[in-house]
Design a protein around this ligand. Structure first.
Ligand SMILES: Nc1ncnc2c1ncn2[C@@H]1O[C@H](COP(=O)(O)OP(=O)(O)O)[C@@H](O)[C@H]1O
Ligand SMILES: [Mg+2]
Length: 492
């Protein structure tokens, strides 16, 4: 206190206006201010200084200025000051990180100057700013820039930054990473001289232009393009681009992934599935041909034998005398067995392939099959046809008929329905079959299940003739199978 009063005494010798200004400045400044003598003792501090340091004026006035620092740096700071003053030199402006008396780390900006007071005593005035926040965010920025650079250079994808300059549709490359240079075969310097359109295969330029227009609109796009390297090698690429403003210019950050392998795998998968589909459809038609053949052979060979047997047995029966009653009964029984066998043969052959399909066509075959289902299940069947006859080629009518059989068999086996609705409509250029039930309703999992081979079979059969099967189920309301097959022939 005594020191401060003495100082105020000295300052009083300065003209009034200056004194007033100085003391106002001292009070209202948000920066810390501190006066110390040549020996390093504090003469005056303002409120802002006390706030920054976290000590009171009473803790500070008359004490060495280093009292505000942590003991680990107290001595060093104090010693440096004494050396500086003895050489009449002082660092006027600098930034420094200090640890305070309470262990808190702070960044300060110091502005120092020697002042000569009127009685020729020299004091040091320091203005101190707490710049910790600014410094930390600067350090964070440096750190994140470092991370960005690391990501940029170690990415597995080519990364380039382009700037859309005025009157230049494609702008210029401003940064490219190492992968981009390796992939395209250009050095960094060559890259920076290229137009971004130069790495796009010419056929893709229009699409590339549209992508850039969309980017400017949406700020972010993902698009596929074929890139061209320096040696003309073509590289299928998927590019993800973001638009932002940098240095006042519209800037695009693009990450380009080489999708050559993915494309090849996709092509291979597509080729394989075409092969498998063709194979399945081929097997299906072989199976159909075989069934027809077996049905015909059974019908012709076995049917003939049975017919001959029947004739012979009838002749035999006619030759019997009236008193050969026992024998007559046995022959009648045999004749009945032959009749049953003929029926069996018919049943088996029409199961293999209904003759009616080839002879009377799809509508008759569906009607016949429905009668058969009705007999064995006792369910209610409703049939509706938009025309009486459909002239459709054998392959397509077989496909339609087999799908119809599978759909109804599924209803019988799985739906717990009591009513089946069947409708066949001709709606140029499509033949449309709908098989609907009022049962449990198939679930979408059952439809998609790769083990639902009956359903897959229906879809594949339709696909083989350019058609489509869609299946829909509503729980407890039922299932609808819809089959559409394109069909150019005339119908009556
Ligand atoms: N009309 C239907 N109503 C209810 N569930 C059905 C119907 N049709 C098919 N499903 C269900 O879908 C599954 C797959 O059918 P599908 O591929 O024909 O195989 P599968 O008839 O050999 O079981 C059936 O097991 C059944 O659970
Ligand atoms: Mg089935």
């Amino acid at each position: 206190m005594i020191v401060e009063e003495a100082l105020i005494e000295k300052i009083k010798q300065i003209p009034d206006r200056a004194e007033l200004l100085f003391s106002r400045l001292w009070d209202i400044s948000v920066d810390g201010m501190r006066l110390i003598d040549r020996n390093g003792n504090i003469l005056m501090v303002n409120d802002a200084y006390c706030r920054i340091i976290g000590m009171t004026k009473d803790d500070l006035i008359g004490r060495p200025f280093s009292v505000v620092y942590h003991h680990s740096e107290k001595e060093n700071v104090f010693h440096t000051y004494l050396i500086d003053t003895s050489h009449e030199e002082i660092k006027t402006r600098f930034e420094r990180e200090n640890i305070l008396w309470n262990g808190k780390r702070c960044w300060f900006e110091f502005s120092n100057s020697f002042l000569d007071l009127p009685d020729s005593e020299k004091v040091t005035l320091s203005i101190i700013k707490d710049i910790t926040e600014r410094k930390n965010s600067e350090l964070e920025l440096i750190e994140s820039e470092k991370k960005f650079r690391m990501l940029f250079n170690n990415a597995n994808d080519a990364v380039f930054v382009t700037q859309l300059r005025e009157n230049k549709t494609y702008g210029d490359f401003i940064i490219v990473n190492n992968i981009a240079c390796q992939r395209f075969g250009y050095t960094k310097e060559e890259f920076l001289r290229l137009s971004p359109s130069a790495i796009v295969q010419p056929q893709y330029i229009e699409e590339f232009n549209r992508s850039i227009e969309k980017l400017i609109f949406d700020n972010h796009i993902i698009y596929q393009v074929i890139h061209r390297a320096k040696d003309n090698k073509l590289i299928p690429t998927e590019v993800s681009s973001h638009l932002f403003t940098y240095d006042g210019e519209l800037t695009v950050l693009s990450i380009a992934r080489d999708i050559t392998e993915r494309k090849e795998a996709e092509d291979k998968l597509r080729r394989n599935s075409i092969v498998l589909r063709n194979l399945a459809s081929h097997l299906q038609s072989i199976r159909e041909e075989e069934r027809t053949l077996i049905a015909r052979e059974i019908h012709d060979e076995l049917g003939q034998v049975l017919t001959v047997l029947k004739i012979q047995i009838t002749l035999l029966a006619n030759k019997l005398r009236d008193d050969q009653k026992d024998l007559k009964e046995k022959i009648n029984h045999l004749s009945q067995v032959i009749d049953d066998s003929v029926e069996s043969v018919q049943r088996i052959t029409s199961k293999l392939r209904p003759n009616i399909l080839d002879e009377l066509g799809l509508i008759a075959a569906i009607e016949w099959q429905t009668q058969e289902f009705k007999k064995t299940t006792g369910k209610l069947f409703s049939l509706s046809f938009s025309s009486n006859e459909v002239i459709i080629d054998k392959e397509k009518s077989t496909v339609m008929f087999r799908i119809f059989q599978e759909a109804v068999t599924n209803i019988i086996r799985h739906a717990s329905a009591d009513h089946v609705y069947i409708a066949l409509n001709y709606n140029h250029p499509k033949l449309i079959l709908e098989v609907r039930d009022n049962g449990l309703g198939i679930s979408s999992e059952q439809i998609k299940n790769p083990r639902s081979l009956g359903i897959i079979g229906m879809k594949e059969r339709a696909l083989a003739v350019g058609g489509e099967v869609t299946i829909e189920g509503i729980p407890t309301k039922g299932t609808t199978v819809n089959v559409e097959i394109p069909f150019d022939n005339e119908s009556k």
